[in-house]
Design a binder for this molecule. Structure first.
Ligand SMILES: Nc1ncnc2c1ncn2[C@@H]1O[C@H](COP(=O)(O)OP(=O)(O)OP(=O)(O)O)[C@@H](O)[C@H]1O
Ligand SMILES: [Mg+2]
Length: 479
């Protein structure tokens, strides 16, 4: 079904056409009409299948740019996602002149207050900063009629739920609530329904939780072998753009430094970095100044970076949902991708649990040898020679080549040139602190509590005292 078959404002259709979208994706086809008629909605569809526009189009249709009040809010778990969602909504709303402003932690609040003077119809926000603005009265939610929780299961997890409650208290009773995610574990869905009025569930039925274009493999190895295996695999795959997930911030710091030391164009991102640094790293990755992003789960949800060809789970993720979101950074909008997961022998039951939840088995592959890695790099060197030859920009070198070949056999000359441009597998020593293996948790029904897991030191204020809720141990944010 085409977007043009929807009865929505013509300017929105023009904007969508300009964005290059023609056919609606399945979640868009099913969710947009339900959202347009005003129902509450839980939308579940695989990663990279267009959930943003599935709520973006209705919110833009509902918005009245002449009304100076905020009419819709979208809440996201990470700052980068709040920014990305606002960009997509500004694209959709461009010709209708519907403005979306992102507000998120780590950015100068005065700068955001100035941006809010544009009187946005829609705000895309992380919860903590939105609450700050509410307290300062720089954002008022008294005319909000639509609330979206993107990555809803994550937003309703222990660590965010108090903030969400506090935000919803500021909105009028009568509002539409739209929840979207690629994953929706049952206990969270039941919890979600408490926030909604007769929600319609729109779920794109698929055999597996992950998309079929992502090839999924795993390797079993000891913790201390991981780094060498990783570099060998990188040398064989020569990924155009890859994300490597590590379990902790320390892990990400050490891994990105170690990769840099071995000559890879890697950058690390996690929640303890300043926002300026996070923006800088992401920009370098998008501009292709770095082709490897090493990340904690801060980059696992929602981020849409084009042409991420490979995802590596250097450490097994905490739960199957996190696995789904991590590998979903590749294979987006119908493109192909490869996901490779490293497992230590004691973590195999955890891997089996992931396969059970995703309903997708992974193929076991053997760690490559040094020779295979060398062969991979030689192939890459050959390819770059062929590409340079085809690009034709070699006139200044032809004379030199002729002289060389007059005086020498061609094979040693070419072999030497190849050796020079081959990035031979490097064995420079690096420091990597061992991570203890994951413990398998048997009872998935108790999932909300499980997210009290410690993911690093708490860098945010504790909202419990401020909102008078139960002083349970709060999940630690790293976003
Ligand atoms: N109808 C469409 N036609 C073509 N491309 C589309 C369409 N809808 C969305 N896209 C593109 O598909 C990509 C993925 O979309 P989006 O980020 O909304 O996925 P998602 O379902 O929210 O994924 P995730 O679960 O990871 O958050 C984006 O680059 C978006 O521009
Ligand atoms: Mg999304």
């Amino acid at each position: 079904m085409k977007f043009s078959e929807l009865t929505i404002n013509n300017t929105i259709l023009q904007a969508i056409e300009k964005m290059g979208f023609k056919e609606m994706s399945p979640i868009q086809e099913k969710a947009i009409p339900v959202a347009l008629k005003g129902s509450d909605l839980i939308g579940q569809a695989q990663t990279g299948t267009g959930k943003t526009a599935a709520f973006g189009v209705p919110l833009t249709e509902f918005a009245d740019p002449l009304n100076k009040a905020v009419q819709s809010i979208i809440i996201t778990p990470t700052r980068e996602l709040a920014i990305q969602v606002s960009e997509e909504l500004n694209n959709i709303g461009r010709f209708k002149k519907v403005v979306t402003v992102p507000v998120y932690g780590g950015q100068d609040i005065q700068k955001q207050i100035r941006a809010l003077k544009k009187r946005p119809s829609i705000i895309s926000a992380t919860p903590g900063r939105l609450l700050d603005h509410i307290k300062r009265k720089t954002i008022r939610l008294n005319e909000v009629s639509h609330v979206v929780l993107d990555e809803a299961d994550e937003m309703l997890n222990m660590g965010f739920i108090d903030d969400i409650r506090a935000i919803l208290e500021q909105t009028p009773q009568e509002h539409q609530t739209l929840l979207f995610s690629a994953t929706m574990p049952k206990p969270i869905r039941l919890l979600a329904e408490q926030f909604m009025k007769n929600p319609e569930t729109v779920k794109i039925q698929a055999k597996t939780l992950t998309v079929s274009q992502i090839e999924q493999k795993y390797l079993v190895m000891k913790e201390r072998q991981k780094f060498d295996v990783l570099t060998r695999i990188l040398d064989i795959h020569v990924p155009e753009r890859a994300i490597i997930f590590g379990r902790t911030k320390r892990r990400v710091d050490e891994l990105s430094s170690a990769l840099q030391k071995r000559g890879y164009r890697a950058e690390g991102i996690h929640g303890d970095l300043t926002q300026a640094r996070r923006d800088h790293v992401l920009r370098r990755f998008k501009n292709n100044n770095a082709n490897i992003l090493v990340a904690t789960d801060v980059a696992a949800r929602g981020l849409d970076i084009s042409n991420v060809t490979h995802v590596y789970n250097f450490d097994l993720p905490q739960d199957p949902e996190s696995y789904v979101h991590r590998i979903g950074r590749t294979g987006r909008a119908g493109k192909k991708g490869l996901a490779v997961t490293f497992v230590t022998p004691s973590e195999i039951p955890h891997l089996n649990e992931i396969e059970k939840v995703t309903k997708q088995s992974m193929e076991e592959v053997q760690p490559p040898s040094y020779e295979e890695a060398l062969h991979g790099q030689q192939k890459a060197a050959l390819q770059s020679i062929m590409e340079t030859m085809e690009s034709g920009d070699i006139e200044n070198y032809k004379g030199l080549a002729k002289n060389l070949l007059n005086e020498n056999d061609s094979i040693p000359v070419i072999a030497a040139a190849l050796k020079l441009i081959t990035k031979e597998p490097d064995t420079t020593p690096v420091k990597l602190t061992a991570e203890s293996p994951l413990q398998v948790k048997k009872d998935r029904k108790r999932r909300p509590q499980r997210n009290q897991r410690n993911r690093g030191k708490n860098v945010r204020r504790n909202h419990h005292q401020q909102h008078g809720s139960k002083p349970y141990k709060k999940r630690v944010h790293q976003h």
